[in-house]
Design a protein around this ligand. Structure first.
Ligand code: 4AD
Ligand code: MG
Length: 436
């Protein structure tokens, strides 16, 4: 057979009742009742109900289809029908069958409750579940919306190495790599240092690439490999970069809420909330945030970093994502610019998502003065010689500049109200899992 259509297009009503179409996909569910065989066919775009009536199809074909195990892949030709009883309101009344790729019996993923560990061990099959398929499609739309926004606003996409010789976000989460027998090579935690070199070449830039963190903690929101959407802008200060963040995050939310509301709802999100999210986002000083947390009776002292114990209660009442601005130097990496009026805090800001989701963006203004950067490196206990090329940038046309990193999985988790970060990614990597 040739000329196949997508299940999703039938479900969207793109084909008139009575239209002859062909579909192909995998049998997701199968049951028969009263001389009718009901197949739910999953084709990558969605799941469409296909029915075979004993009266309209030859006996041998009907009996064969009845015996096909789940996940058998096949081609079907039939007539489009509107039917309230079918999931999604449309079905295909099948009149002939094309090629068939028969599956083995006893597909391990069954529709009843199965343990998390079992499902993670069988993730290579479990990724076929419509629930996950839906989230992965939303993730793709998310990235498309981000790239559209960057193109429209004049940013250029650029990629930087994953192998590097210095830490960006502190030594405790560095992954060591055995690099042709050489020591001191790590997986990238962030593109940032290279991005600061590239702004003098390309102006406003962004990347969408994995970052790696040897996070020893097992939490709902940490992966050891995550997708990092980062941007860097020359001639931009802290205020400017927060405004950029407001617009980018709102744009992505609006696209998801307006263009794929059904998918968002199915995943657990609220498309109306996302469609209605508008900049600017509120800003709160680090000092006020500490006060708020203390008043909530949660232990925290000025100078401490927020963990989920603090971010949870702090963000519970937020309606919009909110910037926490001006973190103490002691809890931010060396590259953050000290506040010229108050040296103990930095020109940094994290964006915290509401409802306990917490940090989704980290960024701020960078030190652009050579002497100051040298001193910050020493103060942070780092060896300046490891950052020689990075500091060199400050000698040749250094300008104020800022940037941030957004965790794609973190934002998806918040936008879709997911309980755990793992389902935003097909094959999640964490402390305990690198298989399959
Ligand atoms: O706050 P982070 O560590 O900031 C940086 O890496 C900066 N160098 C970025 C920049 O300015 N270009 O990480 C940025 C974001 C966090 O806010 C969070 O959303 C996400 O990356 N992130 C993680 N997501 C999932 N799992 C982890 N282990 C993550 N670590 C950070
Ligand atoms: Mg951070």
């Amino acid at each position: 057979m040739t000329g196949f259509v997508d299940a999703a297009d039938i479900l969207k009503g793109r084909y008139e009742e009575g239209a002859d179409v062909k579909v192909r996909g995998w049998i997701y569910t199968s049951r028969s009742s009263g001389g009718i065989q009901f197949l739910e066919l999953r084709d990558g775009s969605g799941v469409i109900q296909c029915t075979l009536n004993r009266r309209n199809i030859d006996e041998t074909t009907f009996n064969e289809v009845e015996r096909y195990p789940l996940e058998t892949a096949l081609e079907l030709k039939g007539v489009v029908k509107k039917d309230e009883r079918a999931p999604g309101g449309w079905e295909l009344r099948v009149n002939s069958i094309g090629d068939v790729y028969v599956s083995q019996q006893d597909y391990p993923i069954v529709k009843k409750e199965q343990g998390l560990e079992f499902l993670m061990d069988n993730r290579h099959l479990y990724v076929r579940e419509p629930k996950l398929q839906n989230i992965f499609q939303i993730r793709a739309k998310f990235l498309e919306a981000a790239r559209d926004w960057f193109r429209e606003k004049g940013y250029t996409e650029v990629h930087t190495p994953m192998f590097m010789t210095a830490s960006v976000e502190g030594g405790s989460t560095l992954f060591n790599v055995e690099y042709f027998g050489r020591k001191g090579v790590y997986l990238s935690q962030s593109w940032q240092l290279y991005a600061e070199a590239l702004i003098s070449s390309m102006g406003k830039i962004y990347t969408i690439a994995p970052s790696f963190r040897a996070e020893p903690s097992r939490t709902r929101r940490h992966l050891s490999e995550f997708l990092h959407l980062e941007l860097e802008e020359p001639w931009t200060d802290l205020d400017g970069i927060m405004t950029t963040g407001d617009r980018l995050v709102s744009h992505i939310a609006n696209v998801l809420g307006e263009e794929i509301p059904e998918k968002v709802r199915k995943a657990g999100g609220d498309p109306d909330y996302l469609a209605g999210l508008k900049p600017p986002f509120p800003r709160m000083s680090y000092d006020d945030a500490v006060d708020t947390v203390q008043k909530q009776g949660v232990e925290m002292y000025w100078g401490d970093d927020f963990g989920w114990q603090q971010e949870g209660p702090l963000t519970e009442q937020f309606e919009k994502p909110t910037w926490i601005v001006g973190y103490p130097s002691g809890i931010k990496p060396f590259y953050h610019m000290p506040n010229p009026d108050r040296a103990e805090v930095t020109m940094s800001a994290d964006l915290l998502a509401p409802a306990g989701y917490g940090e989704i963006i980290g960024g701020g203004q960078r030190v652009h003065d050579y002497e100051q950067l040298y001193q910050r490196t020493i103060d942070d206990g780092l060896d300046p010689s490891n950052y020689a090329w990075y500091m060199d940038l400050r000698k040749w046309g250094t300008v104020p500049h800022s940037g941030f990193g957004l965790g794609v999985e973190r934002v998806l988790m918040w936008m879709l109200n997911l309980e755990h970060i793992r389902d935003t990614v097909p094959f999640p990597r964490d402390m305990r899992r690198v298989y399959p």
